[in-house]
Design a protein around this ligand. Structure first.
Ligand SMILES: *Cc1c(COP(=O)(O)O)cnc(C)c1O
Length: 427
C-alpha cells in the first residue's frame, strides 16, 4: 500500500466522502509561500492554508519561538497555574484588540472559542436574572464552526440544518445585511436590513442571549462584504433590548481586511470577540474568546460565579509562544501598506474576470480576492487545473477565491490572479 493508498483507505479529510475521496496531493514540506509535493512540484499557497498562514509557512521567528518554548515547557495545566507565554501573549493581544476587550479566554480552536462565547452570553444573561435568554440571533450565510452550538448559528442551508434537525438548537435568523461595503449606506430600515433585525429582536428578545455574526466579511458562507454601518446600528438595537453582541473575527482578525480587526471598520465594539486562525500565524491550533469587564463582572458576581469552561490544553505554552511571535511580527511591519498593495494589485488583475460569461461578481477587500461564478465549481477539478498553473486554490460553492499570505510578492500575487482567471474561464 502506498502512503496515499493508506490515506484514502483510512483517513478522513474535511468535508469529504470517505468512500469516494477526491484527488489528494501528498505534501512533503512547506516554506514561505510554497507547498512542496512529494514529486517535487512547488505550489503557491493562495489559501494561506485556510486563511491562517499570514506570514507564510514555517516562518523562522515563529518556529524559533516554538522551539525555545518546547525546550522549557511544552505544556502545563492552566488550573491554578499560570506562565509567561500566556501572560506575554495577553499583553500583546491587549495592545491590538478593541480597547474594551480586556478579559481573555484561551482555547484550542475557532469552533471552541465560539462555544465559549455563546456560553459566556448565556451565563451572563442567567446571572442578570434572565435564564430564559438561552437562544441566539444571527444572519443567514454565516459560518461559525462545526461543533454543535456553533453549527446552530451557521447558515441553515449550507450548514445542512435539515440533516441535524432535532439535534440542533433552533436559533433566530435574519437575512444577511443587503448593503455592500462598496455601496452607499441607506438609512431606510426597510432597505438596510435593520428593520428585519429590529422586528426579530423585538419579538423574541426574551429568549435571545446574543446576536452573533461575522463583522463586515462573511467568510465560508459566501465571501460577502457588507456595510459596517449595519453593525453600528445593530449594536443600538441589541442595547435597547438587552441582547449581547458577539463578533466572530476568526477569519477576519489580524489585518486580513486591511484593518487589524473588522471591528475597526465600526464605531462600536462587541461584548465578545472570537479570534483564531491567523492567531498563531497558522503554526498551531489556537483561539481566544475576549470580552469586556462588564461581561466578566456580570458572570463573576452571578450564580455560580465560576465560568463553566476549561479545556485540558487551555493556554498551551507552545501555542501562546507562537501567537506572541506572530503578533510581534505583524506589529513590526507595515502590514497595512502590504495588505493595501495586495488589494490594489488583485483589484486590477482580477478585473478582467468581469467580462467572462460565467462570472457573477468580482470583489476584493484587503487581502481577500473573490471571483464569484454563476454556478458551483468543483474543488477537485479546480485543484488539478490550478496545480498546472503552479498555484494551490480550493474554491468552495460558487466562489473562486484567494487569501494570500501577506509575504506574497507582486509576482506571486500575479500568478495567483492568473490561476483564478484560468479557473473562471474553464470551469
Ligand atoms: C474557521 C472559522 C471558524 C471555526 O474555526 P475552527 O478552528 O475551524 O474550529 C469559526 N468562525 C469563522 C468565521 C471561521 O472562519
Amino acid at each position: 500500500m502506498t502512503p496515499l493508498e493508506f490515506d484514502q483507505k483510512h483517513l478522513w479529510h474535511p468535508y469529504t466522502n470517505v468512500e469516494k475521496p477526491g484527488p489528494t496531493f501528498v505534501v512533503k514540506e512547506t516554506e514561505g509561500m510554497h507547498i512542496t509535493l512529494d514529486d517535487g512540484t512547488k505550489l503557491i499557497d493562495a489559501m494561506s492554508s485556510w486563511w491562517c498562514m499570514m506570514h507564510g509557512h514555517r516562518h523562522p521567528k515563529i518556529t524559533q519561538a516554538i522551539h525555545d518554548q518546547l525546550d522549557r515547557m511544552p505544556h502545563v495545566m492552566f488550573g491554578g497555574l499560570t506562565h509567561d507565554p500566556a501572560i506575554e501573549l495577553g499583553k500583546a493581544l491587549l495592545r491590538v484588540a478593541p480597547p474594551s476587550m480586556q478579559r481573555i479566554f484561551y482555547c484550542d480552536s475557532g469552533s471552541v472559542s465560539v462555544e465559549v462565547a455563546m456560553k459566556m452570553a448565556v451565563q451572563y444573561q442567567h446571572a442578570k436574572g434572565f435564564p430564559g435568554r438561552s437562544h441566539f440571533a444571527t444572519i443567514r450565510s454565516g459560518y461559525h464552526g462545526d461543533t454543535w452550538k456553533a453549527m446552530s448559528v451557521c447558515d441553515p442551508t449550507t450548514g445542512m440544518h435539515h440533516l441535524f434537525q432535532g439535534a440542533l438548537s433552533v436559533q433566530h435568523f435574519v437575512d444577511r445585511p443587503p448593503i455592500r461595503i462598496t455601496e452607499a449606506w441607506n438609512d431606510d430600515p426597510a432597505l438596510n436590513g435593520l428593520g428585519d433585525l429590529r422586528a426579530l429582536i423585538e419579538a423574541n428578545h426574551r429568549e435571545i442571549a446574543a446576536f452573533i455574526l461575522e463583522p463586515v466579511v462573511q467568510g465560508t458562507g459566501g465571501m460577502y462584504f457588507y456595510h459596517p454601518e449595519y453593525l453600528n446600528q445593530a449594536r443600538a438595537i441589541c442595547d435597547e433590548f438587552g441582547v449581547l453582541l458577539i463578533f466572530d473575527e476568526i477569519a477576519t482578525g489580524f489585518g486580513r481586511t486591511g484593518k487589524m480587526f473588522a471591528t475597526d471598520f465600526c464605531s462600536i465594539e462587541p461584548d465578545i470577540l472570537c479570534l483564531g486562525k491567523a492567531l498563531t500565524g497558522g503554526h498551531i491550533s489556537f483561539a481566544t474568546t475576549m470580552t469586556n469587564d462588564r461581561m466578566a463582572e456580570g458572570i463573576g458576581n452571578g450564580e455560580p460565579g465560576i465560568f463553566m469552561h476549561g479545556p485540558t490544553f487551555m493556554a498551551n505554552p507552545l501555542a501562546c509562544a507562537a501567537a506572541r511571535a506572530s503578533l510581534e511580527l505583524l506589529e513590526a511591519q507595515d502590514w497595512h501598506g502590504t495588505v493595501n498593495a495586495i488589494a490594489t494589485q488583485m483589484t486590477q488583475e482580477l478585473a478582467p474576470a468581469r467580462d467572462l460569461p460565467n462570472v457573477a461578481d468580482v470583489r476584493v477587500l484587503g487581502a481577500i480576492g473573490v471571483i464569484e461564478m454563476k454556478h458551483r465549481v468543483s474543488a477537485d477539478e479546480a485543484h488539478a487545473l490550478a496545480r498546472e498553473m503552479g498555484v494551490f486554490l480550493r474554491p468552495f460553492g460558487t466562489n473562486i477565491y484567494t487569501m494570500p499570505p501577506f509575504i506574497a510578492s507582486p509576482d506571486e500575487v500575479s500568478k495567483i490572479c492568473a490561476g483564478m482567471l484560468h479557473l473562471a474561464r474553464v470551469l
